[in-house]
Design a protein. Structure first.
Ligand code: NDP
Length: 486
C-alpha cells in the first residue's frame, strides 16, 4: 500500500491537513490485532472554528457555479477513488477490520458510485415553471441549504462520508464531516481526493473527535443541516439539538429488521440472504435482518443448511483476500455482543452454532446462530450490531407480518418465497423504509435508503437525497397590474 497508516495530520480543513496537538489523543486500533496503528488528536475549538469559517467562505461561490462544473469535479473524484481502490481498501480494512475481500467491493467503490451518481445529477437540479393564468406565473428555484454537518458511524467510514458528501456538494452546499472516533482514517482520504479533483478548499472538511466535537457542530447556529448515521439513542439527542435551531436533518439509525422465509422459498437462496443479512461486515450493518422468521415446516432443514454453510466462514488475516469474516471493530463492541450472547443463553434460546470469542489478540468472535428465539427475548428486541442471528418460528402469513412489525424500529425487512403475489403483499404490509424480495442488503446508489419509525428520518441515495440537501424557493411573477382592495 502506498498510504501511511499515520496520516500527515488529524484533520483536513480548508484544503489541507491541519493539526492541533492540544486536542485529546485518539488512538487508532487495528481490530484484527488490537495494535495501535495511528495517533490522532480530537478537534479543538480552534480547529472546529476554522472548519466552519472556511466552509462558509467557500460555499456561496460553489453554489453559484453551474451544476455541470460542480458535477465534473465530483465525477473526477469518483474516477480517482476507483483508480486507488486497492490502497483505499487496504486503509479501510485497517480502519475497520473488515476483510479486504469486502472492502475491495463495498467501500471506496460504493463511495465512488455516490460521487459519480450525484455528480451526474448536479447539472439537472432545476426548479419548475408554474403558469397561473393571465400570463402570470411562478417558478421555483432549488437552492443549497448552506453548511451541512455529516456525522458517521464506524462500520462504513468511506461510504458514509461519500453518501453524505456527494449529494451535499452536488446541491451546492459545504460539508463538515466528523467520522466516528473509532474509524477516523478513511474520510481524510475522501477529503484529499476531492481537493485533488478540483474541489475548492473549505467545501469538504473532516474534523476528528467524539460526540464532544459532534455536539457543538450540531448546535452551531451557522450550520443549516445535520445528517447522522448512528444509533437511535444518539439520533434522539442529535435530532433534538438540531430542532432547537430548526435545522434540516437526515437520521440514518439502527434497526432490528425482520427477514421472513416461507416454506416454498429456494432454501439455498434464503440461506444466502440470511448470511448476507447477518454476517457480512461481521454483522455490523444497520439494515441487517437479524430476526429471521422461518416457517415451521422447514425450520430444521434451514438450520442444518445454514450450519453447513457457516463452515465456509473463514477468519484470519483480513488482508488475505480469501478471508471472508473479520473481527469486530472494537473491544467495546465485542463486549456488547458477548453480553447479548450470554443473555440469549440465559433466556433459553438454543445456541445452534458459534458464540465464542477467539482466544487471540483483536476482537474476534464466531458467527453465532440462536434458534427457538421468542418475540419477547431481549436478543429479539434490541439491536446487537454483531454477528448474531436470531431464528424464530412462525405458522402463517398474517401472524408473521404482525410479529415482524412488532418493533420500534423500521429500517429494513425482507421476504423469501416463490409466491411473488405473497411477496408483494408482505412488503406492502412491512413497516420499514427499505424492503427486499428474495434478496437482502443490496444498497445501490440509485435506490433510496433509509428507515421509518425509530430507524430514522429522510432518505440517502437516489434522487430523493436531493430533497434533503436543498430547498425550494418559490417566486411569484405578476405581468398584469397588481391590485389592492383600497
Ligand atoms: P453512535 O450512535 O454511537 O455514534 C454515531 C456518531 O455520532 C459517532 O460519530 C459519534 O461519535 C457521534 N456522536 C455521539 N454522540 C453525539 C452527540 N451527542 N452529538 C453529536 N454526535 C455524536 O453509533 P456507532 O458509531 O456506535 O454506530 C453504530 C450504530 O449506527 C448502530 O445503531 C447502527 O445501526 C447505526 N447505523 C445506521 C446506519 C443507517 O444507515 N441507518 C448505517 C450504519 C450504522 P463517537 O462515536 O466518535 O463518539
Amino acid at each position: 500500500m502506498t498510504y501511511d497508516l499515520q496520516p500527515p495530520a488529524s484533520h483536513y480543513v480548508n484544503g489541507r491537513y491541519v493539526e492541533d496537538t492540544a486536542g485529546a489523543v485518539i488512538e487508532v486500533i487495528y481490530p484484527a490485532t488490537g495494535a495501535v496503528i495511528a495517533k490522532l488528536h480530537e478537534a479543538t475549538e480552534a480547529v472546529i472554528e476554522e472548519a466552519i469559517t472556511s466552509a462558509l467562505a467557500a460555499q456561496k461561490a460553489w453554489a453559484a457555479m453551474s451544476g455541470t462544473e460542480r458535477g465534473r469535479i465530483l465525477r473526477r473524484a469518483a474516477d480517482i477513488m476507483r483508480e486507488r481502490n486497492h490502497d483505499l481498501s487496504v486503509l479501510e480494512t485497517h480502519d475497520t477490520g473488515k476483510p479486504l475481500q469486502e472492502t475491495l467491493v463495498a467501500d471506496a467503490t460504493s463511495g465512488a458510485d455516490a460521487l459519480e451518481y450525484f455528480g451526474g445529477l448536479a447539472a439537472s437540479l432545476t426548479g419548475e415553471h408554474i403558469p397561473l393564468g393571465d400570463g402570470n406565473f411562478a417558478y421555483t428555484m432549488r437552492e443549497a441549504l448552506g453548511l451541512c454537518v455529516g456525522i458517521g458511524a464506524w462500520n462504513y467510514p468511506t461510504q458514509i462520508a461519500c453518501w453524505k458528501g456527494a449529494p451535499a456538494l452536488a446541491c451546492g452546499n459545504a460539508m463538515i464531516f466528523k467520522p466516528s472516533e473509532t474509524t477516523p482514517l478513511s474520510a481524510l482520504k475522501v477529503a484529499e481526493i476531492l481537493v485533488e479533483a478540483g474541489l475548492p478548499a473549505g467545501l469538504f472538511n473532516v474534523v476528528q473527535g467524539t460526540g464532544k466535537v459532534g455536539g457543538p457542530l450540531v448546535t452551531d447556529p451557522r450550520v443549516n443541516k445535520v445528517s447522522l448515521t448512528g444509533s437511535v439513542p444518539t439520533g434522539r439527542k442529535v435530532y433534538a439539538a438540531a430542532a432547537e435551531g430548526m435545522k434540516h436533518v437526515t437520521m440514518e439509525l439502527g434497526g432490528k429488521s425482520p427477514l421472513v422465509i416461507f416454506d416454498d422459498a429456494d432454501l439455498d437462496s434464503a440461506v444466502s440472504g440470511a448470511i448476507n443479512g447477518n454476517f457480512y461486515s461481521t454483522g455490523q450493518v444497520c439494515s441487517n435482518g437479524t430476526r429471521v422468521f422461518v416457517q415451521k415446516g422447514i425450520k430444521e432443514a434451514f438450520l442444518a443448511r445454514l450450519t453447513e454453510r457457516l463452515k465456509g466462514a473463514k477468519m484470519g488475516d483480513p488482508l488475505d483476500e480469501s478471508v471472508n469474516f473479520g473481527p469486530m471493530v472494537s473491544e467495546n463492541q465485542i463486549s456488547i455482543v458477548e453480553r447479548y450472547v450470554a443473555k440469549g443463553q440465559e433466556e433459553g434460546a438454543r445456541l445452534v452454532t458459534g458464540g465464542k470469542r477467539l482466544d487471540q489478540d483483536g476482537y474476534w468472535i464466531e458467527p453465532t446462530v440462536f434458534a427457538d428465539v421468542t418475540d419477547d427475548m431481549v436478543i429479539a428486541r434490541e439491536e446487537i450490531f454483531g454477528p448474531v442471528m436470531c431464528v424464530l418460528d412462525f405458522e402463517d402469513e398474517a401472524e408473521v407480518l404482525a410479529r415482524a412489525n412488532d418493533t420500534e424500529f423500521g429500517l429494513a425487512a425482507g421476504v423469501f418465497t416463490a409466491d411473488l403475489t405473497r411477496a408483494h403483499r408482505m412488503v406492502a404490509g412491512f413497516e420499514a423504509g427499505t424492503c427486499f424480495i428474495n434478496s437482502y442488503n443490496d444498497a445501490p446508489v440509485e435506490v433510496p435508503f433509509g428507515g421509518s419509525k425509530m430507524s430514522g428520518v429522510g432518505r440517502e441515495n437516489a434522487k430523493s437525497a436531493i430533497n434533503h440537501y436543498s430547498e425550494l424557493k418559490s417566486v411569484f411573477v405578476r405581468l398584469d397590474a397588481c391590485e389592492a382592495a383600497f
